[in-house]
Design a protein around this ligand. Structure first.
Ligand SMILES: Nc1nc2c(ncn2[C@@H]2O[C@H](COP(=O)(O)OP(=O)(O)OP(=O)(O)O)[C@@H](O)[C@H]2O)c(=O)[nH]1
Length: 921
């Protein structure tokens, strides 16, 4: 039954089962013959078993009593009570460490909670055990359970078993255990034992409390080896039917919310409401809900992980740990185990694991292919605010201090538990990899050249989660670009996780066994009722990474909310993120003049991309080139302020990607606007005279160029017959923009005044308040201006290209055509080149950390000793970034450092000396 069918069936089930008429038609007649379903052989006599679970002992007993009291007397049902989890021993060393949960407590897995014991063992006035009419048996170990079931089978005088797994057993473990045992025993037993349904009963009025306050759950179910909420969540995730008992104590709205949560956790389970356990037996007995092949794919988080193709192989290991943990005791901890043989074909697995579309509103998968800084991550996850709205998250976490294996992450409500995962394949010889070719190719498909299969993947499920905020929080805990360079420093990072999960199996064994040591528990009680505080919570301020802190100094911009910068490594987020509404801040007055269209049919549009130093022009240009229709021929004119034209090197890669004939024109002799009648006009003339026709021209000016002379060099010459200025697009850097003073630069002001559209970049780095202030200011400066926003240049192209703003009507003034702004605006550049590699540590300590304040902008392609790749280095304002990149050549002699520094009144010699001192001696 798929999720939709399940939901439809649930709708049909009466919303509130009050005064139900008993209906036994579903129950088997004595000694029933099995059908073909569920893998049982035709012709065998079967003994169906409904497994009942859940923390609510009263609810389970109510259900059973009600069912058994109202059954006709010729049906022989056995109630089999399981006292505690059925004897599986946990792998002590590798058992989860609870890091955000209730405090205290010692584990005692085999004991049954006192309350449950009394409720079951007490006899009522009629001498019935637990008040249950009919045959009642108990067993306290796996062996006893098998014995009891074998007896029932052999005696042949019972028709049905209700196996009460209690509060501390996991349904998938019980089901697999029974199946596995009886599949071996089939020759000896005259009847087939068949799991019919896995049914979890919960007290609807307590659910949220139990999930978000594990103390209350622990009080109810007693001490367990696993965390109480983890067991409870398993009972829900692997159930075929969830009975919401005591629904009369909740409002319809709360019930609806609860059902929504359950639907997200397990899309296939049926949900039914009940009052005091009054539910017709036909709803939970002999329903044939259980399907062995589907079991392992019932939890939503597993389906979502599977949907992420590269994870199929690692997930197999995950599943094994769930299905066979009773038998696999502490053996072979440190190495990966083969995925269990599966009987499911790929096709049937695809059907079984399909993820319903509606889930996207309640879930996302977080991926990162760079490690977390342990301390930064720890400080966030031990903060109760972090997981507001998240009900469940499961995955693997890669910490910079642990290159051998990930941490397995398992969060329910306010409880996060961690354990050491299987080693990364990259740390194992290939002989120890799974033998299956398919699994091997899956591993290779997602292989990262530098880090192999090391990565972080976590599935998040929740209602009203703030996905963006969570992603930004996690991104901010990843290593920054700069930290990525200095790999040798990773091992020395502080790792607060070490006390919870030692980093390798050899370390500190004495600390390992006690999974609930007081020290290992960080209390954090996040209750749903306070959830709307999330919105009120202040923006995330990640613990700044040391170099950035020193760069930012005490004058760091107050409005800076995050220094994360891993976005460039990621795919753009899907969903509706590219919708116009997400980019347009103010509509403005862009002219779209139809008459203009007719005049300009045969002319090539030019977009002038301007904006102050480091505002994101090249980033945007590269995005445009990546996204542009491949049938378009684009000519790109770039001009860098400095002897070395780093921008053209960075754009070249994308020009090359377009095979259709884009062209890059590099103007390297000075500032584009100061030399407008020279190289700029010439290059446009040259393009016009070429045989190949261009569809579009994009001019990226230097950060210090005034766009007005460029406009006039076109509109006041015969270029106007061949080109039209489609628009002036000005980038404004949300993080560094100097409101009111515009960096004391007339050019910076003119860039805004001449803009048809202002695109505010780096909005990921600032608060909404800062964004509002910038918008307000821009609007005052140029009323009616059109304002868009973007992160790393990602903006739908139709919002910025072919805008048809009527620039060709601009009339030049003498001032416009005769600008020598650099005389008043004494920005200078210092270029540095060397074939000798930098020493990474010296570069950090002598250069980055001591960078004079008057260096406003730096960019370069760097070579570090010991690192085979080149690094694109960017400094804008006080913020540095390093991006890994391939050298375009294999020839070591051609690999060299190229760096440009831009600022006011720079001491060229001093800067060069510093850089020289950072080279490998
Ligand atoms: N976080 C973040 N960084 C950005 C964004 N846009 C650009 N950057 C970064 O800002 C730095 C400067 O970006 P560029 O695109 O080189 O800026 P530019 O305007 O071309 O610089 P100049 O031509 O030197 O004036 C680079 O490190 C970019 O990765 C953004 O929206 N968010």
């Amino acid at each position: 039954m798929d999720g939709e069918e399940g939901r439809a069936k649930m709708e049909r089930i009466v919303a509130k089962v009050e005064n139900t008429q008993e209906d036994n038609s579903n129950l088997p007649s004595p000694a029933v013959q099995t059908g073909e379903s569920n893998g049982t052989s035709v012709g065998a006599l079967e003994l169906p078993i409904t497994v009942l679970l859940g923390p609510d002992i009263d609810g389970r007993l109510e259900l059973v009593r009600h069912a058994m009291n109202s059954l006709s007397s010729d049906l022989r049902i056995v109630y089999l009570g399981l006292l505690g989890p059925p004897g599986f021993k946990q792998n002590q060393e590798n058992s989860p460490r609870v890091i955000a949960s209730r405090k205290g407590g010692t584990s005692n897995s085999s004991s049954l909670s006192v309350r449950e014991d009394i409720s079951l063992r007490d006899k009522d006035a009629k001498g019935r055990m637990g008040g249950i009419p009919g045959r009642v048996c108990f067993c306290s170990s796996k062996e006893e359970l098998f014995q009891q079931l074998e007896n029932i089978v052999k005696e042949g005088n019972s028709d049905y078993v209700i196996l009460d797994g209690g509060a501390t057993s996991e349904p998938q473990v019980i089901a697999k255990m029974i199946e596995s045992h009886f599949s071996k025993q089939q020759d000896n037993v005259p009847r087939v034992v068949r799991i019919d349904s896995l049914v979890t009963v919960l007290d609807a009025s307590k659910f949220l409390e139990e999930i978000y306050n594990p103390d209350s759950l622990a009080d109810e179910i007693g001490e367990t080896e696993m965390d109480a909420s983890q067991i409870f969540i398993s009972q829900l995730e692997y159930a075929n039917l969830i009975v919401l008992n005591r629904v009369d104590e909740l409002s319809e709205q709360s019930l609806h919310q609860l059902e929504e949560i359950l639907r997200v956790l397990n899309t296939d389970a049926l949900r039914v409401r009940a009052l005091a356990g009054k539910l017709p037996t036909s709803y939970f007995a002999n329903c044939r809900y259980y399907q062995s092949s589907k079991l392992e794919y019932l939890p939503t988080w597993k389906r979502l992980l599977l949907a992420n193709t590269s994870l199929k192989s690692t997930l197999s290991n995950e599943m094994e740990s769930y299905t066979e943990k009773d038998d696999k005791v502490a053996e072979n901890n440190s190495s990966r185990q083969e995925a269990p043989p599966t009987t499911t074909t790929k096709e049937s697995r695809d059907v079984v694991t399909a993820v319903p579309e509606w889930l996207s509103a309640y879930s996302f998968v977080y991926n990162a292919d760079r490690p977390f800084h342990p301390k930064r991550l720890y400080s966030h996850i031990s903060n109760s605010e972090t997981f507001r709205g998240v009900i469940r998250s499961v995955g693997k976490i890669w910490l910079a201090t642990r290159m051998d294996s990930p941490l397995e992450w398992n969060q329910v409500g306010s409880t996060v538990s961690l354990k050491r995962g299987s080693p990364f394949y990259v740390t194992l010889p290939k002989e120890e990899w799974p033998k299956d070719d398919k699994v091997r190719s899956e591993i290779s498909a997602s292989w990262n050249k530098r880090f192999g299969d090391r990565k972080t993947v976590v599935v998040f499920l929740g209602i009203d989660m703030n996905r963006n905020q969570l992603e930004r929080m996690l991104d901010s805990c990843l290593l920054q670009d700069e930290e990525m360079v200095f790999t040798d420093a990773w091992a020395s990072f502080e790792d607060p996780f070490k006390d919870l999960v030692p980093s390798s199996s050899s370390s500190d064994k004495s600390d390992v066994g006690d999974s609930k040591k007081e020290d290992n528990v960080v209390s954090s009680s996040v209750h749903q009722e306070t959830s709307n505080e999330l919105e009120k919570a202040s923006p995330i301020v990640p613990s700044a990474f040391d170099i950035l802190t020193s760069l930012e100094g005490s004058d760091a911009n107050d409005t800076l909310v995050s220094t994360w910068n891993a976005t460039s490594l990621k795919e753009p987020k899907e969903d509706d993120s590219m919708m116009e509404k997400n980019f347009v801040l103010r509509k403005g007055d862009v002219v779209s003049d139809d008459s203009w269209n007719t005049v300009t049919q045969n002319v090539v549009p030019i977009t002038i991309l301007t904006g102050f130093l480091g505002s994101g022009k090249t980033t945007l240009l590269n995005y445009i080139l990546e996204q542009a229709d491949s049938s378009m021929n684009i000519a790109v004119v770039v001009n860098d302020f400095g002897e070395l034209d780093i921008d053209s090197l960075l754009v070249k890669k994308n020009i090359g990607k377009q095979e259709q004939g884009n062209v890059l024109v590099e103007l390297s002799n000075g500032c584009i606007c100061c030399n407008v009648n020279g190289s700029f006009v010439e290059s446009l003339q040259h393009l016009r005279n070429q045989e190949k026709q261009f569809d579009y021209v994009i001019v990226e000016t230097t950060g210090l160029a005034d766009p007005i002379p460029l406009i006039h060099s076109i509109v006041s010459t015969d270029l106007v017959d061949s080109y039209r200025i489609d628009g002036v697009l000005t980038l404004v850097d949300a993080m560094n923009f100097d409101i009111s003073n515009h960096f004391h630069s007339e050019v910076a002001l003119n860039q805004i005044l001449s803009a048809d559209t202002v695109l505010i970049s780096k909005t990921d780095l600032v608060s909404q308040q800062r964004l509002d202030e910038i918008m307000e200011y821009l609007h005052t400066l140029k009323p009616g201006i059109r304002i868009l926003r973007c992160v790393r240049g990602r903006v739908p192209l139709p919002l910025i290209l072919d805008m048809k703003s009527n620039n060709n009507n601009r009339k030049p003034s003498s001032q416009d055509t005769n600008r020598q702004h650099l005389e008043q605006d004494p920005f200078v550049s210092v270029s540095f080149e060397s074939p000798i590699a930098f020493d990474a540590r010296r570069f950090r300590d002598n250069f980055l950390r001591k960078l004079p304040d008057n260096v406003f902008r730096a960019k370069g392609l760097l070579k570090f000793q010991g690192y085979p790749q080149r690094y694109i280095f960017q400094l804008s304002g006080r913020r540095a970034e390093f991006d890994e990149d391939e050298w375009p050549t294999d020839d070591d002699n051609l690999k060299k450092n190229q760096l440009v520094l831009i600022g006011r009144e720079l001491d060229e010699q001093q800067l060069k000396n510093i850089l020289m001192s950072c080279l490998v001696q």
